[in-house]
Every structure is written in structure tokens, then in C-alpha cells.
Design a protein around this ligand. Structure first.
Ligand code: HPA
Length: 252
């Protein structure tokens, strides 16, 4: 059986209408239940499994997402490629709302989230290499697909993973900027690290939903976020349709 390509959908992508759905399956893992049932289907002739990170009804805030169960559930069904779609705020000047960004680095500012599979019943302590937190191969394919479609896509950037669920203060964003962060979101960690612990080829496709706090006058509104996400997620669907047929199964 050809393993499906996993798409983890974030805010603005709780369902994937381009997916020709074949079935849904509720699964459980040693870490509990994933955020949503696994939705199987097909895009561009490739088998796909879709998982809604915040739940099918978008009710799980970032700090309550069971990241371990989500990644474990995907590994259980032999997934190799994981495309993580996520809404972010734009910090760097070119991170305009509506644009897509493919981060190559992360700084983790989250706390208190179960963030490793390597803690209980160990025969030895394990430290994974995480110098390059995303799959270089999957990033390259995402970027090539975006370029071939002439999408406004930022190819290199550092993702700040904040705790949420509140948005940041303007001073926090200035600090993230000094740290070298270009975009800010609430779900990038521990998701990326858990994927690496399981040996999954994981990369993020971020959609800039708003200017980060203090980057424009006035408050950040949900209406603004939703408006830009509608534009951005339409691009994501186009991108996935182009990308997926190019992702061949890997030799196990
Ligand atoms: N900050 C953190 N997470 C986000 C933002 C933001 O400005 N926009 C969308 N997700």
C-alpha cells in the first residue's frame, strides 16, 4: 500500500474541499486521541490523509492540541511526508498578509506542552539533532511548486512559536524581531520536534494572516485575520494540487 501524504490543517483550513474524500477514521494512540478523525482521500492522484489541528469544529486552542497524539497517529498509518499548514503573523517587512512562507528555522517560546516522545521507559537518554528543524527535501519541493505557480512565497524565514492563545504585545514582537524571527505562530512547536523524533519528513507552509502586534496602527482583529486567510488558504490548495503528485513514496 502506498503511504498517504499527511496534511495538518490549521486555522482557516479545518476542511480541505479539494480532497476527494474516501473515508474518515477515529483513531487512538498511546498518547490519547488526536485533534480530529483522520480524513482519507486523494489529491492529484496521490493518497492523502488530513488532520484538523484545532479539531473539526476549531475548538482546541494551540496549547491544548495533543501534538503527540497527532504525530503518533500519522506515524501509525506509515505516513512519510507531513505538510503542516499554519496561520502566522508577519514580522519581517516582506511578510505581507496573504503571502505564503516556508520557514527554515524555529525558535521555541512555548512552555508546559508535552513536547517529546523520549521521556518514559527509556533504555537510554535520547537527544535528536534539530539543527535544521524542517525537511530540506520537502521545503525544496514546496518552494519549487510555489515558484512554478508564481505564488507570492517567502523562501527563508525563522518562525517564532509562542504560547498563545492571546496574541503578542508590541514589545514581545520587538523582542522576537531582535531574536531574528520573521513570522510568529502558536503551533509550530512542539509539532516540528515531535515529527523529527518520529523520523517524519515535515515542513511548514505558513500563511501570513496579519501584521504582528505593533507592526501597524490599531488592533489586530479576527475579521482581518479571516480575510487574509481566505486569500492565503486558496493559494495553499492550489499549491497542494501542484505539489502532491511530485511527492513520491520514499524507500522505507
Ligand atoms: N501571532 C501569533 N500567532 C498568530 C498570529 C500572530 O500575530 N497570527 C496568526 N497566528
Amino acid at each position: 500500500m502506498i503511504p498517504p501524504i499527511a496534511i495538518i490543517g490549521g486555522t482557516g483550513l479545518t476542511t480541505l474541499d479539494t480532497l476527494r474524500m474516501t473515508r474518515q477514521e477515529s483513531v487512538t494512540t498511546p498518547y490519547g486521541e488526536p485533534s480530529s478523525p483522520l480524513t482519507y482521500g486523494e489529491i492529484g492522484g496521490r493518497p492523502v490523509v488530513f488532520l484538523a489541528r484545532h479539531g473539526q469544529q476549531h475548538t482546541l486552542p494551540p496549547h491544548r492540541v495533543n501534538y503527540r497524539a497527532n504525530l503518533w497517529a500519522l506515524r501509525q498509518i506509515k505516513v512519510q511526508w507531513v505538510i503542516a499548514v499554519a496561520a502566522v503573523g508577519g514580522i519581517r517587512d516582506d511578510m505581507t498578509p496573504g503571502a505564503l512562507a516556508f520557514p527554515d528555522q524555529i525558535i521555541d517560546y512555548t512552555w508546559g506542552r508535552p513536547s517529546t516522545f523520549f521521556e518514559d521507559n527509556l533504555t537510554h537518554v535520547t537527544h535528536i539533532d534539530f539543527s535544521e528543524p524542517y525537511s530540506a527535501e520537502l521545503r525544496a519541493r514546496l518552494i519549487a511548486s510555489a515558484q512554478s505557480l508564481n505564488l507570492a512565497a517567502r523562501e527563508r524565514c525563522t518562525y517564532a512559536a509562542t504560547q498563545g492563545p492571546r496574541l503578542e504585545t508590541a514589545a514581545e514582537i520587538r523582542r522576537l524581531e531582535r531574536d531574528g524571527c520573521d513570522i510568529v505562530g502558536m503551533t509550530g512547536m512542539p509539532e516540528a520536534a515531535l515529527a523529527r523524533e518520529l523520523g517524519l519528513h515535515y515542513a511548514a507552509c505558513a500563511v501570513v494572516a496579519n501584521w504582528a502586534a505593533g507592526k501597524t496602527a490599531g488592533e489586530i482583529t479576527m475579521a482581518e485575520i479571516e480575510r487574509h486567510l481566505t486569500v492565503g488558504m486558496a493559494q495553499v490548495k492550489t499549491l497542494l494540487a501542484r505539489l502532491l503528485p511530485t511527492l513520491e513514496p520514499l524507500q522505507p
